[in-house]
Structure formats: structure tokens, C-alpha cells
Design a protein around this ligand. Structure first.
Ligand SMILES: CC(C)(COP(=O)(O)OP(=O)(O)OC[C@H]1O[C@@H](n2cnc3c(N)ncnc32)[C@H](O)[C@@H]1OP(=O)(O)O)[C@@H](O)C(=O)NCCC(=O)NCCS
Length: 165
């Protein structure tokens, strides 16, 4: 089994069969992800098994974003300039209901971090931002080091560590 990430392509990926159990996230993939991608609103990355390349195991939708400096914890504000903090937003993230518990959610988050590090070679990205759909999912993100923003209960951020020369 060789897992790979690729950008959503409606001609090759079977969006209709994807079911994660949260209707809004299933509907997004089916009805809006393609349009958002064409319009530059969000780019959807899908996790697939090379042996079944049409089947979507999980997805995340990424966009440029920003946080206000005061939304970060005090210790994360150190040395930052006094203007909005450049961010990458994981707007949506879901794993096929039949595939949960296999580490795919973790893989999707890792992929987003890797992409943020890659983008950072071109433009600044200081944090990854997520909007958890409820308090239980917020715990999922917390498990990977995400921290709650100061003023939005279900918005969390992950500082991206520096790399390179
Ligand atoms: C939440 C979701 C993405 C997790 O995906 P997954 O592939 O099952 O997660 P993983 O197997 O990578 O689990 C990684 C860790 O998170 C934990 N975890 C998984 N789902 C969790 C949840 N709902 N709440 C809290 N922790 C959770 C796992 O126990 C695991 O921890 P461990 O390594 O200590 O055992 C998936 O269940 C899903 O798509 N749910 C429906 C859609 C949804 O809620 N998306 C989030 C929208 S903000």
C-alpha cells in the first residue's frame, strides 16, 4: 500500500463516494471544493492509495490566512512584529469513515505542515490555523500541539518551527 497526497482533480477522484460522517464536510468535497480551487479560495489535497487512485481516503482544504498578534499566546508572540501573523488555514479536514483510526488524520496534518514549510521558502507562514468543528475535535488538534487562540474558542494554531540556513 503506497499512500500519496495529490491535489483534488474531479476527473480522477471519486468525490461522490466519500463519506466521513459529517454532512457539511462530505458536501464540501462534492459540491464546493472544485469551485473553490478554481477561484483561488482553497486548494484541496487528497490522500489516496496508489492501488486505488480514484478513492479518496481523506482530504484537507488549505488557504492563506492570518491571525491577529493578540490571538497568540504571549510566549508565541516573542520577537514577532506588531502586525498580523501570516498563516496557512486548514479550513477542512476529514477522513473516510471506514478508514478512521489508521493515522490518516495525522498524515493529513503532517502534509499541511510540510506544505507550510515548503511555502515558507517563497513567502512567510508563521502558524497553521484550524477551526475545529466542536470541542471534541479540538482535542484531536491539541494532541498534535495546536494551541487555542485567545478569543475564538474553537480556533487553534500551531507555530511552525524555523528551518533552513
Ligand atoms: C477527526 C478525524 C479527522 C480523525 O482522523 P483519524 O484518521 O481517525 O485520526 P488518526 O488515526 O490520525 O488519529 C490520530 C490521533 O488523534 C486521536 N483522535 C482521532 N479522532 C479524534 C477525535 N474525534 N477526538 C479526539 N482525538 C481523536 C486518535 O486517538 C489518535 O491519537 P493516538 O495517536 O494517541 O491514538 C476523523 O475522525 C474525521 O474525519 N472525523 C469526521 C470529520 C471531522 O470531524 N473533521 C474535523 C473537522 S474540524
Amino acid at each position: 500500500m503506497a499512500l500519496t497526497f495529490t491535489v483534488l482533480d474531479g476527473r480522477h477522484h471519486d468525490r461522490a463516494s466519500f463519506v466521513c460522517g459529517v454532512a457539511a464536510l462530505d458536501d464540501y468535497l462534492r459540491q464546493r471544493a472544485g469551485q473553490h480551487q478554481r477561484d483561488g479560495i482553497a486548494t484541496t489535497h487528497v490522500l489516496i492509495d496508489d492501488a486505488q487512485p480514484a478513492r479518496i481516503l481523506g482530504y484537507c482544504a488549505l488557504s492563506a490566512a492570518q491571525l491577529h498578534l493578540h490571538e497568540l499566546r504571549e510566549e508565541d508572540r516573542k520577537r514577532l512584529p506588531a502586525y498580523p501573523v501570516p498563516a496557512m488555514r486548514v479550513g477542512r479536514l476529514a477522513v473516510s469513515r471506514s478508514e478512521t483510526g489508521k493515522g490518516y488524520g495525522q498524515l493529513l496534518l503532517g502534509h499541511a505542515v510540510n506544505l507550510a514549510l515548503s511555502v515558507r521558502k517563497t513567502m512567510g507562514v508563521r502558524v497553521l490555523v484550524v477551526d475545529a468543528k466542536d470541542a471534541q475535535v479540538a482535542v484531536f488538534y491539541e494532541g498534535f500541539g495546536f494551541r487555542y487562540t485567545a478569543n475564538a474558542a474553537l480556533t487553534l494554531y500551531l507555530p511552525i518551527s524555523g528551518v533552513g540556513p
